[in-house]
Design a protein around this ligand. Structure first.
Ligand code: AMP
Ligand code: ZN
Ligand code: FE
Ligand code: FE
Length: 282
């Protein structure tokens, strides 16, 4: 049955609770998903319980925010030990910085007359969840400023917007080292999103390989044919696993569960590398 190794829930910026993501995955005919919320393992237990109940295989994961200079890079961590001190510390630092960054983005926007407050954004975030720009978007939708998240990103929330503020994120090499130290397998997410300025260079990927990178997310909605061809060849040349995933966010993005999938051999290779936590099998 199909395998989708990249999904988000309300533990970060997805719109469905972890158990509902699992339910939707079963409805979509998937056999396995990874839950990979941004900078948190908060959703793991709920998703695991739902997976056992509904007969889905769950790969516990995290999408770790990283940065090299102004370049944002996302790293998928599969099966790490969620209690590993270095991993816990990195994730906490990123989430704390996301809180501060929310305050700064909102005050910049409010100063310009955009009707948004930190309280209104907080009301869009589950208790303990990782806060992100999509939650600011949700507050703007509720206030009637924009029609949907996409419009918010196209106008005031984009990386080039005057309201954009970066948050702390580890260097990708450091992040791979921490994920490996925590017994996880590391796969670089949507490395070529296609838009200028968001492409992870081959040189950075090679540095990540030296630190223990296991794979590249090759098949993804943000990758055009050229990106897929390039990343596929790069994965082969570097001896890396190639994955494909949806990057599902519930109603928050167009991405549909199972729109791209991962070969069972690739998941087996990820499991071989990882020793930090267990795949949840029904
Ligand atoms: P942040 O992590 O707070 O910087 O926000 C970036 C996140 O916003 C990404 O990981 C995506 O999940 C989400 N995102 C980016 N662009 C869009 C978009 N156009 N519509 C909806 N969500 C988006
Ligand atoms: Zn997201
Ligand atoms: Fe991402
Ligand atoms: Fe994602």
């Amino acid at each position: 049955m199909p395998i989708d190794l990249h999904t988000h829930s309300t533990a970060s910026d997805g719109t469905e609770a972890p158990a509902l993501v699992v339910e939707r995955a079963v409805e979509a005919g998937l056999g396995t998903i990874a839950l990979t919320d941004h900078d948190t393992t908060l959703g793991w237990d709920e998703a695991a319980a739902a997976a056992r109940r509904l007969g889905l295989t769950l790969v516990p994961g995290i999408e770790v925010s990283c940065a090299r200079g102004r370049q944002s890079i996302h790293l998928l961590a599969y099966l790490p030990d969620p209690t590993h001190p270095d991993l816990v510390a990195e994730l906490e630092q990123a989430r704390d910085s996301r809180d501060t960054r929310l305050d700064r983005m909102v005050s910049r926007m409010a100063a310009d007359g955009i009707p948004v407050t930190v309280e209104a954004v907080r009301a869009e975030v589950e208790e303990g969840a990782t806060v992100g720009r999509p939650h600011i978007a949700d507050a703007l939708v509720r206030a009637g400023v924009v029609a949907h998240r996409d419009e918010a990103f196209a106008t005031v929330l984009g990386n080039d917007s005057p309201y954009y503020v970066a948050h702390y994120a580890p260097d990708p090499v450091r992040a791979v080292e921490v994920v490996r130290a925590a017994g996880g397998a590391a796969v670089v997410a949507h490395a070529w999103s296609g838009t200028r300025g968001r492409v992870v260079s081959d040189a950075v990927i090679e540095e990540m390989v030296a630190a223990g990178l296991t794979g590249i997310e090759v098949h993804h909605r943000d990758h055009d044919a050229e990106a897929v061809a390039h990343l596929h060849d790069l994965a082969t040349a570097l001896g890396l696993v190639a994955t494909g995933s949806s990057d599902y966010h519930g109603d928050g993005k167009l991405n549909r569960l199972g729109e791209f999938t991962t070969d069972p051999d690739a998941l087996a290779a990820i499991e071989d590398v990882a020793s930090g936590s267990e795949v949840v099998r029904p």
